[in-house]
Design a protein around this ligand. Sequence first.
Ligand SMILES: N[C@@H](CCC(=O)N[C@@H](CS)C(=O)NCC(=O)O)C(=O)O
Length: 339
Amino acid sequence: MAGRDDGNSAYGHKAFKRSRSHFADRITADGRDGRPVEAGRYRLIVSRACPWASRAVISRRLLGLEDALSMGIADPIQDDRSWRFTLDPDGRDPVLGIRFLAEAYDRREKDHPGGVSVPAIVDVTDGELVTNDYQRITLDLATEWSALHRDGAPDLYPEPLRGEIDAIMAEVYEDVNNGVYRAGFANGQAEYEEACAAVFRRLELLASRLAWRRYLVGDTITEADIRLFTTLVRFDAVYHGHFKCNRWKLTENDVLWAYARDLFQTPGFGDTVDFDHIRRHYYQVHTGINPTRIVPLGPDLSGWLSPHHRERLGGRPFGDGTPPGPVRPGEEVPPRGRP
Ligand SMILES: N[C@@H](CCC(=O)N[C@@H](CS)C(=O)NCC(=O)O)C(=O)O
């Protein structure tokens, strides 16, 4: 099985630059891009290893979209045809019937540029990829899919707070979500140092914001928290070692560690996280920075379930709503991926 030299189409010899998603059709309530929101029509394809895909996995759970939008989980290890359904019986996605996610991309556009990435939403009726626009997918799940949300679903992108949420998410994207990749895939010392310094500068600013408030914006969970969480939960497992973001560990920052644990222990967050997929994907796929493909045994994960005491800061995780129910049978994270 061939490892891939990169997890990202944009990794090359120049400074790391993330490519824009090539397929940006939106699935909307009014169907203005040709494909309207419809229960049962689409399939979300993810890797539990991938932070960008994990945003969508969490949103889908929080919003109760499991029945409306089915989910396929790719093997965390891509081969030279990229994401594959080797975790499924006969190596085929049971709904789409394909072995590689690339088949849905090809059906949409032969010789498409920009690689095959997750998250991806595929139209089950014709097997075509609709969108791989990870920045947009979760915002649309929160706003355009509202007719299909469960009773008690939280408002993850409340209208009056969108300006503040967008501003925070832009900083978190630049310095944290993508900052760790810029550090990890840097091709020179100066480029690495700049990215790594930005990661920790931003994390320290976020820690001072979160010292006195339970969530990033308002007093409930929003899209901004989901996006910070998906990087924090990977921090000690892969970004600290593999991406060399090692000024300190998450567990050494009292505020961010408690914030991350609080979210982890909130239904819809930690129950989607597979540390086994995370560790194996990063250390085995990015052979350019880990040529031996050895996967470290640590870190110890047991602390994720320890009390966080963040309730003292107030806040109402789901606002006027309620937490999601149990994970759908068949979508549970296997024991080896859990703390
Ligand atoms: N679609 C974006 C972001 C999503 C993304 O980077 N996903 C990663 C996994 S974490 C992926 O699928 N990489 C495979 C590739 O781009 O070839 C991109 O192309 O950079």
